[in-house]
Design a protein around this ligand. Structure first.
Ligand code: NZQ
Ligand code: ZN
Length: 385
């Protein structure tokens, strides 16, 4: 196992009926901005619960943060905060709202154009407003990490950034608030969390027994609870286990002291920026092909994954790896997430465009060994057609 530092200051309040806890989680004298998305939080009563819990604190709303949140929209929230002198941000929604709130938190007092935050991947952030999160969509883990991804529509650029100042102070997770998710978002969440684990697990062996078995337990939980959540949307225990698995997938423990890949995510972000696919749809397309192209490097962990997660026992090792990759693809498809670019109406001309985007964003040394150059990305994307 490599040396590591494990730091996660986000306080997690989990369970049915936990939203009223905001009454003591948000500082009593805070001037709050409640940020939310396109209306789901309003429709399912989450926003009303949040505002009731805020009591007589001063608060304002900022709605309309879109999936794959944009710089253009978020800068309006920045202006509102500066104008109204607000000092605490409460994100109510899915990963897009939480990510967008992180950008706003860093942008308010950022010297110069806040797009610089994306260009420098968050490294030069020195101050950020405090954030709290009320999560309504288990998927990204954004509620308990310090990373975010923001799109600038005008540039067709979707870029990630991170900084320890952006950890939410707290994350409130009430599984009941996920009952209203449409099937597509339930499935997206399962796939996203699954791929987060795979990016930290199917790399190279690091003699990290705890991290490996933790990853496997989360993968098995997602394989079990994903289809159950689609079949029985109001089963509390299913939703609770799914929510906790998704949060844990990107909380830090799975990836501590082990190699991490993330090439699937970086290629996926370019596909979303160009073609508007949901984040998880891009991952379902890219991951199976990335595993295939990188099967020599990842051989030992692919065999471990085949054995411990899918129980595959074929004598021939390559056959076992083929089966594990096929099982992964079949799992995504079984949830209703398609795994070919063609399924989304995208043809062969996409390959040049995606590779050009990767080059423009300096994504030229991806993967745990930094060997995914543009030529290898081209092979992976070509296999996705
Ligand atoms: O906008 P509203 O009306 O709220 O509807 C949303 C949205 O349309 C809806 N939704 C959320 N909770 C709901 C609900 N509908 C009914 N009932 C509920 N309880 O779901 C739709 C998708 O929401 P979104 O927040 O976009 O989804 P998700 O949580 O999957 O977030 C995706 C974003 O997170 C980024 C992605 O790139 C993408 O931009 N990621 C962030 C990461 C991080 N910070 O660590 C890691 C991830 O890899 C990912 O890149
Ligand atoms: Zn993701």
């Amino acid at each position: 196992m490599h040396n590591f530092e494990y730091y996660n200051p986000t306080r997690i309040v989990f369970g049915e009926g936990s939203i009223p806890r905001l009454a003591d989680l948000v500082p009593a004298d805070a001037r709050v901005l409640v940020l939310y998305g396109g209306g789901s939080a309003e429709r399912n009563g989450t926003l009303a619960d949040v505002e009731a819990a805020l009591g007589d604190r001063r608060f304002q709303r900022f709605g309309g943060i879109e999936p794959n949140p944009t710089y253009e929209t978020l800068m309006k929230a920045v202006e509102q905060i500066r104008r109204e002198k607000l000092d605490f941000l409460l994100a109510v929604g899915g990963g897009s709202v939480v990510d967008g709130t992180k950008f706003v938190a860093a942008a308010v007092d950022y010297p110069g154009d806040p797009w610089h935050i994306l260009e420098t991947r968050g490294k030069q952030i020195t101050t950020a407003l405090p954030i709290g999160a009320v999560l309504t969509l288990p998927a990204t883990g954004s509620e308990v990490n310090c990373a975010a991804v923001v799109t600038r529509k005008a540039l067709q650029a979707k870029l990630g950034f991170g900084n320890p100042l952006l950890f939410p102070r707290f994350a409130v997770l009430d599984p009941v608030k996920t009952y209203t998710l449409p099937p597509r978002q339930i499935a997206n969440g399962v796939v996203d969390a699954f791929v987060h684990i795979m990016e930290q697990y199917v790399t190279q062996p690091a003699n990290a027994a705890v991290q490996d078995r933790y990853a496997e337990s989360l993968l098995l939980t997602l394989i079990e609870t994903g289809p159950q959540a689609l079949a029985n949307p109001t089963d509390y225990d299913v939703r609770a286990n799914l929510m906790w698995a998704a949060t844990q997938a990107l909380h830090g423990a799975v990836g501590a002291g082990v190699p991490q890949d993330w090439a699937t995510h970086m290629i996926g972000h370019e596909i979303t920026a160009l073609y508007g696919l949901d984040h998880a749809q891009t991952l379902a397309v890219v991951l199976p092909n990335l595993l295939d192209v990188r099967r020599d490097l990842k051989r030992a962990k692919l065999l471990q994954y085949a054995d411990r997660v899918w129980g595959l026992r074929a004598d021939d090792e390559d056959a076992r790896i083929d089966q594990a990759i096929a099982q992964t693809r079949a799992f995504f498809e079984s949830l209703g997430v398609r795994t070919r670019l063609a399924d989304y109406g995208i043809g062969a001309d996409a390959v040049d465009r995606i590779v050009a985007q990767l080059e423009a964003h300096r994504m030229v040394k991806l993967g745990e060994d930094r060997a995914v150059d543009l030529a290898m990305s081209r092979r992976i994307v070509t296999a996705c057609l």
